[in-house]
Design a protein around this ligand. Structure first.
Ligand SMILES: Cc1cc2nc3c(=O)[nH]c(=O)nc-3n(C[C@H](O)[C@H](O)[C@H](O)COP(=O)(O)O)c2cc1C
Length: 183
C-alpha cells in the first residue's frame, strides 16, 4: 500500500510537515509513506496546461501511483493555503483525452495543526468541499484537528505528547479505509 502525504505548507520547519512525519511513523510498515514535494509547481495558468510542465506531470504521477492521499493542511485566514489550492487545481485537470484527473476516486484523509485555537477545523471543512467536488473518497471520521500546537513543541520540534494517540487512531483508520475495510 502506498500513502502519499500532501502538506499545504512549503516551509521546512512546518508544523504540518512535522505532523506528516509523525504520521509516517504511526503508519509504520503497513504502507509506504511519502511526502509529496511540490514547491516547484508553477502558478496555474491555462496557457501552460498542454503539454503539462514536467514538474506537474511528475506530481500527477505520484498521485496516480498512490493508493491513498493524506492531506496535512495549515489554516490561512480560515481556509487552506493558496499553495495547496494551486496544486489541487493542477491535479484536477484531465491529463489528456480519456484520461481522468488523478484525484478521482482516491481515498483521502485530512489532518492539520495550528499554534492558535482553531486547529485547522475551518480550513479542513473548506478542503472537504473541494475534494468532494473532485470525487475523492474522503474519510470524514476521524479527522484530526490539533490546536495550541506550541504546548506540544520542544526546541522547535513537534513532540505531539497529548495528540499522539489521536494520530495513531487516524492512521489505523486510514490504513483500513484505503484497504477497503470499514472500521
Ligand atoms: C497568511 C496566514 C494566515 C493565517 N491564518 C490563520 C487562521 O486563520 N487560523 C489559524 O489558526 N492560524 C492562522 N495562521 C497561523 C498558522 O496556523 C501558522 O503560521 C502555522 O504554523 C502554519 O502552518 P505550518 O507550521 O505547517 O507552516 C495564519 C498564518 C498565515 C501566514
Amino acid at each position: 500500500m502506498k500513502i502519499l502525504a500532501i502538506v499545504g505548507s512549503l516551509r521546512a520547519e512546518s508544523l504540518n510537515r512535522q505532523l506528516a512525519g509523525l504520521a509516517a511513523s504511526a503508519v509504520g510498515s503497513r504502507a509506504e509513506f511519502e511526502i509529496l514535494e511540490f514547491g516547484g509547481v508553477p502558478l496555474f495558468n491555462q496557457e501552460l496546461e498542454y503539454p503539462a510542465p514536467e514538474v506537474v506531470a511528475a506530481v500527477r504521477q505520484k498521485v496516480l501511483q498512490a493508493d491513498g492521499v493524506w492531506f496535512f493542511t495549515p489554516e490561512y485566514n480560515h481556509s487552506y493555503p493558496g499553495v495547496l489550492k494551486n496544486l489541487i487545481d493542477w491535479l484536477s485537470r484531465p491529463r489528456g483525452e480519456d484520461e481522468p484527473q488523478v484525484l478521482f476516486g482516491k481515498p483521502a484523509a485530512i489532518s492539520g495543526i495550528t499554534p492558535g485555537m482553531s486547529g485547522t477545523g475551518l480550513a479542513q471543512d473548506h478542503l472537504v468541499t473541494l475534494l468532494s467536488f473532485l470525487n475523492m473518497r474522503i474519510m470524514n471520521t476521524p479527522r484530526l484537528v490539533i490546536p495550541s500546537a506550541m504546548t506540544q513543541v520542544t526546541d522547535g520540534k513537534l513532540t505531539l505528547t497529548e495528540s499522539a494517540e489521536f494520530l495513531r487512531i487516524q492512521a489505523d483508520a486510514f490504513v483500513s479505509f484505503v484497504g477497503g475495510r470499514a472500521r
